[in-house]
Design a protein around this ligand. Structure first.
Ligand SMILES: [Zn+2]
Length: 407
């Protein structure tokens, strides 16, 4: 369950609990700390309970030209501190009256995000009895961390019902009551860790007929303000989604993609996933088959090359075109190079690969001469080096010429 933020209510009156739709308020400065100001009341929600804080500004009531940015709001040593730049703080003094205004666009998105999370967590709880252990509620998306992973079929049921609720007008209400006064019927269905809350007063957020949970965050008045959810990621027991307009946009794009892909696969849109899964399996089988085949060809071709080494001047050279094979497979089959040998191969890339056991001509020296000649990129050690080449350089003429002219 989402832990209710332990907000100190004795000092600052929490106006966002009274009405989460108010955008402006008037307050008195109670304290000025190193980081910001503490007010007697506030509409700014401080970071907590998985929800990010509000941002906005404070304006001196007596001089509206003094306008200070509130970059975040944090609970520090039990106080709600409106974070303000140190220099700006000098313009304020204790007991000053200020007008505060929150960034409404951000707040409203956070309200929608938070409310949607309640509904999804409640639906997952209802259908599979899996609790939400943590939620990260951001402006554009929400991540919920479940106590264990959920199977796809059950998640679908929970999501379908969540989307239905988020497109229906269902009332959301909150109340602050004393712990002792919770009705027994509510106590049993309440999401949250009641036993972990040390203060007497608790806040219950209720979505009519759907969910009751302990929460200190800001929420919408009705569920239909949110619209649909759209999953953006599932990783183990973590589910991330976007909501509202973003969800609708994603859904529209996906429906078009699915229809187009379905046509391409000669399938129905709802068969796309199964068809793709089958294709991926077939592709992996082919890849494995291809790998085995390549390995065989490299092995036999390498055996032939080893039987008939080339000779240029004093150098014994193993040469060959393996441009169909990965470098590591070619090196594997090459094994240990005999004394005073060069190996010059083309591998997948195409890449010119040189191995040397020669005391007179190191692999990196040879690559360096090649680079000077061709302007290609490359490098390596005395025993093994490589350079990128073009298709027309795969015939190894340039490198052969360099060796024949090498003194
Ligand atoms: Zn909440």
């Amino acid at each position: 369950m989402i832990k209710m933020p332990s907000i100190a209510t004795n000092q600052t009156e929490l106006l966002f609990w009274k009405n989460s739709y108010t955008k402006e308020f008037e307050a008195k400065i109670l304290d000025i700390t190193k980081k910001g100001v503490v007010l007697d009341k506030t509409l700014f929600y401080p970071t907590g309970g998985g929800q990010f804080s509000d941002i906005g500004y404070l304006q001196l009531k007596s001089n509206k030209d003094v306008r200070l940015n509130v970059s975040s709001v944090e609970k520090i040593d039990g106080k709600i501190v409106h974070i303000i730049q140190e220099k700006q703080l000098l313009k304020l003094k204790i007991a000053d009256l200020v007008i505060g205004r929150i960034n409404w666009e951000r707040r409203y998105n956070l309200m929608k995000a938070h409310t949607s999370q309640h509904v999804l967590s409640a639906m997952i709880m209802k259908h599979v009895n899996i609790k939400t252990s943590k939620a990260v509620i951001d402006v554009s998306d929400v991540s919920i961390h479940l106590e264990k992973p959920i199977i796809k079929e059950k998640l679908l049921v929970a999501l379908l019902e969540t989307n239905k609720i988020l497109n229906t007008e269902i009332k959301i209400e909150s109340k602050v009551i004393s712990k002792e006064k919770i009705p027994v019927s509510l106590r049993d269905s309440l999401r949250g860790h009641l036993e972990e809350i040390s203060v007497d007063k608790i806040r219950i957020v209720s979505i009519e007929g759907i969910d009751n949970s302990l929460c200190g965050g800001t929420h919408c008045k009705v569920t239909s303000e949110i619209g649909s959810l759209f999953l953006s990621d599932i990783k183990g027991d973590n589910i991330t989604y976007v909501f509202g307009t973003s969800a609708l946009e994603n859904l529209t794009k996906l429906s078009l993609e699915a229809t187009t892909t379905a046509k391409l696969l000669s399938a129905k849109p709802d068969e796309v996933f199964q068809r793709m899964e089958k294709m991926i399996n077939e592709f992996n089988e082919m890849k494995e088959l291809n790998y085995q085949l390549v390995k065989k060809v490299v092995k036999s071709q390498m055996a032939e090359i080893k039987k008939n080494p080339n000779r240029i001047n004093a150098f014994q050279i193993l040469m060959g075109d393996f441009s169909f094979a990965e470098k590591k497979h070619v090196l594997q089959e090459l094994g240990k190079l005999p004394e005073e040998f060069l190996a010059i191969f083309v591998v997948k890339g195409p890449i010119l690969l040189i191995a040397s056991s020669s005391k007179q001509l190191a692999a990196n020296k040879l690559i360096q001469l090649f680079i000077e000649e061709t302007n290609n990129n490359g490098g390596g050690s005395s025993t093994i080096a490589q350079a990128s080449i073009s298709e027309s350089e795969k015939d190894l003429k340039i490198i052969s010429k360099i060796i024949s002219e090498y003194k």
